[in-house]
Design a protein. Structure first.
Length: 163
């Protein structure tokens, strides 16, 4: 594992902007003061150090606190590239999942979080996950109504969520 001294030698973290900058040239393509990293296909900023790729939010936490995070680092506002220190917090996997902002799966572009089309009824089903189990919230005429029902319950059951 890379040490604090090694990271601090090559990177400077601006807590207010959430950006990391190179302190030294680590290759011919990098200049001192350049912003470090790139966005990966999942929208997270990543930085290569010593032949390994690190998430920028984990490096930001490390440089700010002097300690590697014990668990995951959650982006409070749900923006994966927003690495301002005020937007970062340690989280368990369960906590981090509670702060999910968008639908996943095959039809994620056409679906609102918590709303699923139920073909037999022709209506939209609202569901939420609680402690690894699905809780059914009812059927609705529109996906927006199902999504609103989901959000209402999410605010009550998922204390870690900021929606």
């Amino acid at each position: 594992m890379i040490t604090f001294e090694e990271v601090n030698k090559v990177l400077r973290y601006d807590e207010a902007s959430g950006k990391l900058y190179w302190k030294i040239r680590t290759s011919n393509r990098i200049n001192i003061g350049d912003e470090a990293g790139r966005l990966n296909s999942s929208g997270y900023a990543v930085i290569g150090l010593r032949t390994k790729t690190y998430y920028a939010h984990r490096l930001a936490w490390f440089l700010s606190t002097g300690n590697w995070p014990e668990n995951q680092i959650d982006h409070i506002n749900g923006e994966r590239a927003d690495n301002r220190f005020v937007n970062l917090r340690q989280a368990t996997n369960k906590d981090n999942c509670q702060n999910k902002r968008s639908a996943i799966g095959v039809d994620k572009e056409n679906r609102l979080l918590g709303a699923y089309f139920h073909r037999p009824s022709g209506k939209f089903l609202a569901m939420i996950g609680v402690d690894g189990k699905s809780k059914y919230l009812g059927y609705f005429d529109t996906k927006e109504q199902a999504h609103q029902a989901y959000l209402s319950v999410k605010r009550k059951l998922h204390s870690f969520c900021q929606i």
